[in-house]
Design a binder for this molecule. Structure first.
Ligand code: SF4
Ligand code: SF4
Length: 288
């Protein structure tokens, strides 16, 4: 799909018509901090919110509400009369729409996808409303903390991947006759989030999506740092007694499964990432 890269000063039809068109038939991904923020906004526990409003273990909002005239289901949190029921807590994807955010070589780019400006498809009147610069739009949508959360979880994802590398490379597994671990990593790169949930299992999924952090909820960077510490402690507890290659193999697959699941949650490409990490592992002697 065509991607248009934007500058902060570019002016576009970014004043919303408030028809709720993009709250129908869309795909909204969530990172663990956003899940906690949404739950707080709805005065629910994170587990209650996850079970009621999300799918695939909490990384996507459910779109199973009323159907619009184009046959598209609304977001589970959308009300026909009142609009978004979590407006103040809405996730980054909703704040950015119709824009997207990409990181390439540590540089953040804002984009929109498709030949046409996305809003003009569902909301043609948008071109008659005031144009805003990309910078003005981001400020008005208060994306700052939500962008910080995305970046913090990108870092956390890399930290978990590092654990998978330790289990594969530092355990001696890569130097054994093992060819299975990288095969599993490759397979998981193209698995659906639903299948990854099954591979990860409920206990680790809860550690990943429902970390029970009550402090620093307003600060996504501290939240993600605390989450990282919790995950590292769980890893230490569970894996410090591993002895056999089979045990290291299973642990390396589980942790890579969690990494790729989190990649899907933050909009990274699990297939590309798994291939990238497999190449790195091979360059350190692992076999496939
Ligand atoms: S498609 Fe664009 S203009 Fe229409 S409701 Fe969504 S953000 Fe607003
Ligand atoms: S969270 Fe709110 S803004 Fe986002 S899709 Fe759902 S109803 Fe729309």
């Amino acid at each position: 799909m065509v991607k248009t890269k934007l500058k902060l000063q570019d002016k576009l039809p970014l004043t919303c018509t408030r028809t709720g068109a993009c709250c129908h038939g869309n795909l909204v991904k969530l990172n663990p901090w956003e899940l906690s923020i949404l739950a707080k906004g709805k005065k629910m526990t994170t587990r209650e919110f996850r079970d009621l409003h999300t799918e695939f273990g909490g990384i996507r909002l459910k779109f199973n509400g009323d159907t619009d005239s184009n046959g598209r289901k609304s977001c589970n949190l959308y009300s026909h009369n009142h609009g978004c029921s979590v407006h103040l807590s809405r996730p980054l994807a909703c704040r950015l729409f119709p824009l997207g955010r990409q990181i390439q070589s540590n540089e953040v780019n804002y984009i929109y996808q498709g030949e046409e400006f996305p809003c003009s498809i569902g909301c043609p009147d948008v071109v008659n409303l005031p144009y805003l610069s990309v910078g003005e739009y981001l400020e008005g949508q208060e994306t700052k903390y939500f962008e910080e959360a995305q970046d913090a979880y990108l870092e956390l994802m890399q930290n978990i991947a590092d654990v998978a590398f330790v289990l594969l490379l530092d355990s001696g597994l890569a130097n054994s006759k093992n060819h299975e671990t990288l095969k599993e990593w490759r397979k998981m790169g193209i698995e659906s989030p639903e299948s990854l949930v099954k591979i990860i299992g409920n206990e680790w999924l809860d550690h990943l999506m429902l970390p029970h952090i009550t402090e620093n909820l307003e600060n996504p960077i501290l939240f993600a740092q605390t989450h990282n510490e919790i995950l590292q402690e769980r890893v230490q507890e569970k894996f410090e007694t591993l002895k056999t290659n089979q045990e290291f193999h299973e642990a390396a697959v589980l942790i890579m499964g969690m990494t790729l699941y989190l990649a899907a949650a933050i909009g990274a490409n699990p297939k590309n990432l798994s291939e990238y990490w497999i190449d790195i592992a091979k360059s350190h002697g692992a076999k496939e």
